[in-house]
Every structure is written in structure tokens, then in C-alpha cells.
Design a protein around this ligand. Structure first.
Ligand code: NCD
Length: 296
């Protein structure tokens, strides 16, 4: 594997091999912490990020690499420089991998065709966010042993979510049943073709879930109004304490972040006993260490 552009096309064994490798990258694990000694990994973020960027940086640094952090703000993008010129110029400074986030679907794929170093997709438009899906699957696998036969319910703005798309592909490949739930205007047409079931109403499906992944309204990716109001969305699709009490015993609450507290997820649930949200973040470093090790 040279690039990590998406989960699409991955076989179960390949995902499992990556997750097995990530186990060795957990704190105290057997993986070497110097595989990237003397190398540079470049974070190339055309879009904002908190978790993904810091997590890739932590992963690279704890493998011995130096990290170059490039962000669109303050760059020559404002002077009209293109995506390809930007990535080619960053590559010319010598990194072994470019970790790219971009608002356009397919941007890392385009970059990968024009550079020699590894390209890792850190989120492209509404398309894919493969490292997020791998860390989510890793978190559930560590909790459950395996995803086979488990029901994962993804709730919210599915239409604009690259996290949802990558997670559906990843969790289906690992044997889970995946149900997506949200307002009809925020469910992509034909999403069932990815092997997922669709639910318009949250309350009837909630008690079936072994894990519920809440997604925020990604208004920055919405070109028109998809929902009457945030309050209405929250009332129908928000995971509040009363709804969470209807979940199966032991069922987990996930969120890729950033949380819009009180909208898709109530603070008491986000910080409650079912939540594995910070576990997802911690596991993200081990998973990204494994990704860097495999790609570079
Ligand atoms: C997500 C993203 O950027 O796609 N966040 C993340 O990387 N953990 C989800 C989002 O923006 O809502």
C-alpha cells in the first residue's frame, strides 16, 4: 500500500491486518517507535481540523518523524496557486508522505497521481475519511472483540458526511449491520447500495443498536437549507438523555467530533458512561501510526 485514499475496495483481511498492526502501536505495544526517524511527514490541510491533524502529527512524531504543518490560511492559495502546484511544491521540500484534507471530493486522489511520495486522505469533501473509519472500527473491535452481527446506527447529516461513507464501507466489510438514520433531505439517494439500511425515524431503531454514532449538521458543506431549524433537527434526531435511556444495555455512543453539544448529542450523553468518544481519539493515534508505517 502506498497511498490511503479511501476504504472503498478494501477487503476484510486487509482492514483486519491494518487493525492488528494498530494494536502493536497502542501505548506500551511492541511496535518500534523509530521507523520514521529522520523522515518528514507533511500535514497539508486546506480545511480546518482539530483531531485529525493533531492525531497525525502525534502519530508521526512518536514514530520519530519531523512534521511539517501547512494550512491554507496564510498560504499562497490566496494568491491563486492551485491544489496541484501547492502539493508539488510541498513535495519538493522532501516529505515522505502528504496527509491531505480538502473540501473537494477526489482532491487527494488527484494529488496522488502527481506526486511520488505517499498520499493519505485526511477527509475529502463529502467523499471519504478512511483513517476515521479505521479508528472507529478499531475502537469497536477493542470493545467487542469483533463487529460480526453487531448493529451500528449512524445518525444525522449522512449526506454531507465523509465519515459516514467510510464507516459504512468499513463496518460492513467487518461483518456489522449498518443502519443510517436522518431527515430524508440529509440521506443520500441510493445509500442502500453501500449495503446499509435506512431509517427515517430514530426512536424505533435506537433500541436495536449496539453502537450509535452521532454526526453533526455539516452546515459548511451545505449549499442550501436542508432542514427547517437546528432545534427541529435536535428534537427529532438528537441523542438526549431520555433517548439514551432507551438504548440497549452496554450499547456505546460514538462521535467523530467536533460535537455541537445540545444539538446532535446532549452533553450528559457525550460525557456519560456509554460514551467512547475520547477512546476514539486516543485510538486514532495508534491507527494512524499503523497507517504511516504501512504507507511510508
Ligand atoms: C469529521 C470531518 O472532518 O469529516 N471530523 C473528524 O475528522 N473527526 C467530521 C465533521 O466534520 O463533522
Amino acid at each position: 500500500m502506498r497511498h490511503l485514499l479511501g476504504i472503498e475496495g478494501w477487503r476484510r483481511e486487509e482492514i483486519e491486518a491494518l487493525l492488528d498492526r494498530a494494536e502493536a502501536h497502542l501505548p506500551g505495544g511492541s511496535a518500534s517507535s523509530s521507523v520514521l526517524q529522520g523522515r518528514v511527514v507533511a500535514n497539508v490541510f486546506f480545511e480546518d481540523s482539530t483531531r485529525t491533524r493533531t492525531s497525525f502529527e502525534m502519530a508521526a512524531k512518536t514514530l520519530g518523524a519531523e512534521v511539517l504543518n501547512w494550512t491554507a490560511q496564510g498560504s499562497s492559495i490566496s494568491k491563486g496557486e492551485t491544489l496541484l502546484d501547492t502539493v508539488r511544491n510541498i513535495e519538493a521540500t522532501g516529505p515522505v508522505a502528504l496527509v491531505i484534507r480538502h473540501r473537494s471530493s477526489g482532491a487527494p486522489h488527484l494529488a496522488a497521481r502527481h506526486v511520488r511520495c505517499a498520499v493519505i486522505n485526511a477527509g475529502d469533501g463529502t467523499h471519504e475519511h478512511p483513517s476515521q473509519a479505521l479508528l472507529d472500527a478499531f475502537t469497536l473491535r477493542r470493545r467487542w472483540g469483533a463487529l460480526d452481527g453487531r448493529t451500528v446506527l449512524i445518525v444525522g447529516d449522512i449526506l454531507h458526511s465523509r465519515v459516514a461513507r467510510s464507516n459504512i464501507l468499513c463496518m460492513k466489510a467487518l461483518g456489522a449491520r449498518v443502519v443510517v438514520c436522518g431527515p430524508p433531505t440529509l440521506l443520500p439517494v441510493g445509500i442502500q447500495q453501500l449495503g446499509t439500511e435506512v431509517a427515517m425515524h430514530l426512536d424505533p431503531v435506537l433500541p436495536q443498536a449496539d453502537a450509535v454514532m452521532c454526526l453533526r449538521l455539516q452546515t459548511e458543506r451545505q449549499s442550501e437549507s436542508f432542514f427547517p431549524s437546528t432545534r427541529e433537527f435536535s428534537r427529532l434526531y438528537g441523542l438526549n438523555a431520555q433517548r439514551a435511556s432507551k438504548m440497549k444495555e452496554g450499547a456505546l455512543v460514538m462521535h467523530p467530533g467536533p460535537i455541537n453539544r445540545g444539538v446532535e448529542l446532549a452533553p450528559a450523553v457525550a460525557d456519560g458512561a456509554r460514551s467512547v468518544i475520547l477512546e476514539q481519539v486516543a485510538n486514532g493515534v495508534a491507527v494512524r501510526r499503523a497507517i504511516l508505517e504501512v504507507c511510508v
